[in-house]
Write a protein that binds this ligand. Structure first.
Ligand SMILES: NC(=O)c1ccc[n+]([C@@H]2O[C@H](COP(=O)([O-])OP(=O)(O)OC[C@H]3O[C@@H](n4cnc5c(N)ncnc54)[C@H](O)[C@@H]3O)[C@@H](O)[C@H]2O)c1
Ligand SMILES: [Zn+2]
Ligand SMILES: [Zn+2]
Length: 391
């Protein structure tokens, strides 16, 4: 089959690779009908996540049709012919983390738990197409994918919804929603979102449906801010104004009640001296992540507010504003998304028309154009916000 493969930093190629097959009783094989490129894939592409290997099949956002199930999957639960969306974290469904609905922290699905434990202190779940740190599972930017624990992970979608409407249940819609949910939004809240990529856009939409009074989008890409403005959100362009001052001005000097980091480890535009410091340290591998957005969110948030982190971080950061966090009673919450928790409720909100995931799609290309698709997305060419690939 054809698959988009990581061939080294900044190099994606479409290769012929062996078709996946059932390895364990609870596996299924899915024929992929739609798959997407995520900001997380850019972290891999640019070499910021260790343990990628040449030839690894990329992609953790995919959906399609079940073509085969293992003997351990009950046919009442899942069978060939079912149309499914596959959550990006692989959960076993029965460990303590899964029982607590902390699916991205599943204790059983990462065969390389030992590596993850060294980096994170404890292991995390397996993730499709997301380095050997999270298990080395082949990803879904391919014609077919093997789905482990198929009896507990995929959600069946048998209504008349299109692929475009449900594909993002695999990751970015639940991730944006979790980012807003972690904010414990109350009436009258002002919620500021750093990053107007697709994850940030869905965090903004979710903040709105969860009752935020005002939503503020922060980015440097005018076309992405325009997308947010079309939804009625206030925008702050970090290249045109000082973000913290703009936020204070919009909130009577207090700062936003809730702040969401939807940028992660490749943030640009810190204060010039700090930016240089982070860049040098990241280049010599003395610091793995550039946390400009996170620092600014902490320093801007009103006292007693919540900073919710869904942008991805991989390792260590410097100049963490611990004083602001501690002295101003801020709550810091974070996580890779526990996608399985949100599938049912969000499918409902899509069906009701409360959330329209299709609004972020700017490009749909055949899987064979994956290298070009990665270029468009990475370089933000042609006002690219989100690319869907069709095998
Ligand atoms: N927690 C999870 O489960 C989860 C799931 C999916 C994605 N993610 C992460 O969410 C983040 C966003 O994903 P995406 O697909 O929207 O990515 P994206 O690359 O499309 O968007 C990131 C945006 O951040 C902007 N940005 C850069 N520096 C900034 C700064 N200092 N202040 C404000 N904005 C800044 C960029 O211009 C860009 O528009 C990534 O880190 C991704 O890895 C996390
Ligand atoms: Zn993703
Ligand atoms: Zn588990």
């Amino acid at each position: 089959m054809k698959a988009a493969c990581w061939m080294g930093p900044d190099t994606v190629e479409v290769q012929d690779v062996p078709d996946p097959s059932i390895l364990n009783d609870r596996d299924a094989i899915v024929r992929v009908t739609s798959t997407a490129i995520c900001g997380s894939d850019l972290h891999l592409l640019q070499g910021y996540v260790p343990t990628m290997q040449k030839g690894d099949v990329l992609g953790h956002e995919f959906m399609g049709e079940v073509v085969e199930v293992g003997p351990g999957v009950d046919s009442d639960t899942l069978r060939a012919g079912d149309r499914v969306v596959v959550p990006f974290p692989i959960a076993c469904g029965s460990c303590l983390a899964c029982q607590s609905e902390l699916y991205s922290c599943c204790e059983n699905t990462n065969p390389n738990a030992g590596i993850a434990e060294k980096v994170f202190g404890h292991p995390v779940a397996g993730i499709y197409g997301y380095s050997h740190l999270t298990g080395g599972f082949a990803g879904g930017q391919a014609e077919y994918a093997r789905v482990p624990f198929a009896d507990v992970n995929p959600v069946k979608v048998d209504s008349g919804l299109t692929d475009e409407q449900v594909l993002f249940l695999s990751d970015i819609l639940p991730t944006g929603y979790m980012g807003a949910e972690m904010c414990d939004i109350r009436d009258g809240d002002v919620v500021a979102v750093w990053g107007a990529g697709a994850v940030g856009q869905f965090a903004m939409d979710s903040a709105r449906v969860l009752g935020a009074d005002t939503v503020i989008a922060i980015d440097k890409e005018t076309y992405r801010l325009d997308m947010a403005a079309e939804q009625g959100y206030i925008t702050v362009n970090l290249e045109e104004e000082d973000v913290r001052s703009a936020l204070l001005e919009l909130t009577g000097g207090r700062g936003p009640d809730k702040c969401i980091d939807a940028v992660g480890l490749e943030a640009t535009h810190g204060a010039p001296h700090i930016r240089l410091y982070d860049k040098v340290k990241q280049t010599v591998r003395a610091e793995s992540d550039r946390p400009h957005a996170l620092r600014q969110a902490i320093l801007s948030c009103r006292s007693g507010g919540v900073v919710s982190v869904i942008g991805a971080y991989g390792g260590l950061i410097d100049k963490f504003p611990a004083g602001a966090w501690m002295n101003r009673s801020l709550t810091l919450r974070a996580g890779q998304c526990h996608v399985q928790r949100y599938l049912g409720p969000l499918l409902g909100r899509i069906e009701q028309g409360e959330l329209d995931p299709t609004r972020v799609i700017t490009h749909t290309l055949p899987l064979t154009d994956a290298p070009r698709a990665y270029d468009l997305f990475k370089n933000k060419e042609d006002n690219c916000e989100k690319v869907v690939l069709t095998p």
